[in-house]
Design a protein around this ligand. Structure first.
Ligand code: SF4
Ligand code: SF4
Length: 454
C-alpha cells in the first residue's frame, strides 16, 4: 500500500502540536523520594501484594504477583522501604491499591537483573519472561503482553503477522516518536522476539507519514531483515487505533467484538517492544517508561524517563515546574486521555503523557454544551461507522437496549465525534458512561460525569 492508501474511512485531522517536544532527546529524571505503585496498572485482575510495610525492596523486585491469567506482575521502581499499602483514585476514576515506597536513594538493582545468553531464548521462555517481568501494552491499552502470546486455542487461526504501532496520532505526545529515533535496535530486537514467540512470518512497523526521520531510520534498519518492513500510514486521527492500524497495514478487518488474533494479527506498541527486548535480553522488568510532559502549563516540555509510581507533580517538577496557573491537566493525550483535577496521580505502565495547560490557554477553556443541531458531523467522522448522537440519546434515556442496538460497545472512545461537534456535547463521556452501565458497573467511579441524573 502507498502512504495514501494506508489509511481508513472517517477520522479527523487534528492539529499535531508536537513541535514542543519532538526534536528533544529523551531525558532521564532522578527518581522521586516516594513512589505510589498501583497493583492494577494493566487490564485484568489486579496483582496481589507480596510485600508489607517495613519491607526493604530493590529496583525490579516483585512487589505484586499476577492475580490471574489476564494479569501481570508489578515491580518496585526504586530501592527503599515499603511505607504502606493504600487505596488511591486512578485517572479513570477507579480506586486501586498502591504500594508506597520511600526511596533510599541508593538505586540498588534486584540481583535477578543480568544478561541472558541468546541460546537460552525460546518461545516458551519469552512468554514466561513477558509475564514475570510485568510487560503490558504501553500505548495506553495496558493489556498484559504475555496473554497475547499465549499459544492459540485449538482450531484458532494461527498468528502470521506482528504489527508494531509507531503511529502516535495523539496531539502533543511524542514519546513513541523519540523512542523510534533513540531505541530503534531494541524495537527491532523486540519485534524479532515477538515473531519467535508467536511463530508469525512477518513483522510490520506502522509509522505515520508526519515522522519522516523515524521512517527513514527504521527503513534503513530493516533493509537487511527479509521478514520485517515499515508501513507508512497517512496522517489521520485515530490511525493508531488497533483495528484501523491492522486495516492500514494488512488490509484485514477485525470483526465486531473480535480481536486482532481473529485475523491472524498481534499488535504491540513500539515502547512495549523495547520493554520486551530489555526483559528478554537482560531480565529487566518494566519499572520505568518514557512519558511526554508537555503543554503551555509546564516550563520545560520534553520526554522524560520516569519511574512507575512517580506522581504527576514530580513529573511536572522534572519538566521545570508549572508555567502560570494550571487551567487543565490531562492524563494521556488530548483526544483519548482523561482530564484530571490534580497532579496527585501516579505514572503507570500505560501513561503516555501528562499535559498541563495554563488557565489562559485556549485548550483550558470550558465551553458550555448546547443542544444537538443534528448536523451529522459526528456520524461523518466516526471511524467505527457509528451514530454517536443516537447512542448518546439512548444513554440519556437510560435505554441500554437501544444503546447496544446502536453498537455502544464498538465505540473505541477516540473522541473524533466530540472534536467536530459544534454544540460541544461531551459525546465520549456519555458513551463511556453507557458502557459502564451496560457492563453492570453502575458505580462509574468518582467522576461526577457518571451521575446519570445530573
Ligand atoms: S462514537 Fe466512539 S468511535 Fe465513533 S467517533 Fe465517537 S468516540 Fe470515536
Ligand atoms: S456533531 Fe454534535 S450537534 Fe452535530 S449531530 Fe453530532 S451531536 Fe448533534
Amino acid at each position: 500500500m502507498s502512504a495514501q492508501e494506508a489509511s481508513f474511512m472517517g477520522g479527523v485531522a487534528v492539529p499535531p502540536s508536537k513541535s514542543l517536544t519532538d526534536k528533544l532527546a529523551i531525558e532521564r529524571c532522578p527518581a522521586p523520594d516516594m513512589v505510589y505503585i498501583p497493583l492494577s496498572q494493566h487490564i485484568g485482575a489486579p496483582a496481589k501484594p507480596v510485600v508489607k510495610p517495613g519491607d526493604k525492596v530493590t529496583i525490579g523486585q516483585v512487589i505484586g504477583e499476577a492475580g490471574g491469567f489476564v494479569s501481570t506482575n508489578v515491580h518496585a521502581s526504586v530501592s527503599g522501604t515499603v511505607i504502606k499499602i493504600e487505596s488511591r483514585y486512578m485517572v479513570h476514576g477507579m480506586l486501586a491499591q498502591c504500594i508506597v515506597i520511600k526511596n533510599d536513594g541508593q538505586d540498588t538493582l534486584c540481583e535477578d537483573i543480568k544478561p541472558r545468553s541468546e541460546e537460552e531464548i525460546t518461545p516458551e521462555l519469552i512468554r514466561q519472561v513477558l509475564r514475570d517481568k510485568g510487560i503490558a501494552g504501553m500505548g495506553g491499552a495496558m493489556f498484559p503482553t504475555a496473554v497475547k502470546y499465549a499459544p492459540p486455542k485449538e482450531g484458532a487461526r494461527p498468528i502470521d503477522t506482528i504489527v508494531l504501532n509507531g503511529i502516535e496520532c495523539e496531539p502533543f505526545i511524542t514519546a513513541d516518536h523519540r523512542t523510534l529515533l533513540e531505541c530503534s535496535d531494541e524495537i527491532i530486537q523486540g519485534l524479532k522476539y515477538f515473531l519467535m514467540a508467536s511463530g508469525a512470518s512477518q513483522g510490520i512497523i506502522g509509522i505515520e507519514d508526519n515522522k519522516p526521520d523515524a521512517i527513514a531510520l527504521m527503513e534503513k534498519k530493516v533493509a537487511s531483515e527479509p521478514n520485517i518492513r515499515v508501513q507508512v500510514c497517512a496522517e489521520k486521527y485515530p490511525q493508531g487505533s488497533e483495528k484501523h492500524l491492522i486495516y492500514a497495514t494488512t488490509g484485514r478487518t477485525v470483526p465486531d467484538r473480535g480481536l486482532p488474533a481473529d485475523v491472524g494479527v498481534i499488535v504491540d506498541n513500539v515502547g512495549t517492544a523495547v520493554a520486551a527486548c530489555r526483559a528478554i535480553k537482560n531480565n529487566i522488568p518494566l519499572y520505568e517508561r518514557v512519558v511526554t510532559v508537555s503543554g503551555d502549563g509546564v516550563k520545560k516540555p520534553g520526554n522524560y524517563i520516569l519511574r512507575l509510581g512517580t506522581l504527576f507533580t514530580d513529573a511536572v517538577k522534572a519538566a521545570g515546574g508549572l508555567e502560570g496557573d494550571p487551567g487543565k491537566i490531562v492524563a494521556g493525550g488530548m483526544m483519548m486521555g482523561f482530564a484530571v483535577n490534580s497532579l496527585d496521580y501516579p505514572i503507570i505502565k500505560g501513561s503516555t503523557g501528562v499535559l498541563v495547560f495554563n488557565s489562559k490557554s485556549p485548550f483550558a477553556q470550558y465551553v458550555e454544551p448546547s443542544p444537538c443541531v443534528h448536523c451529522g458531523r459526528c456520524v461523518d467522522v466516526c471511524p467505527m461507522k457509528l451514530e454517536p448522537t443516537e447512542i448518546v440519546q439512548a444513554v440519556k434515556r437510560q435505554n441500554w437496549e437501544a444503546a447496544e442496538k446502536f453498537y455502544c460497545h464498538a465505540c473505541i472512545e477516540c473522541g473524533s465525534c466530540a472534536f467536530v461537534c459544534p454544540a460541544y456535547i461531551p459525546l465520549v463521556q456519555y458513551i463511556r458512561m453507557g458502557k459502564h452501565f451496560i457492563k453492570g458497573n453502575s458505580s462509574g467511579g468518582h467522576n461526577p460525569f457518571y451521575k446519570l441524573n445530573k
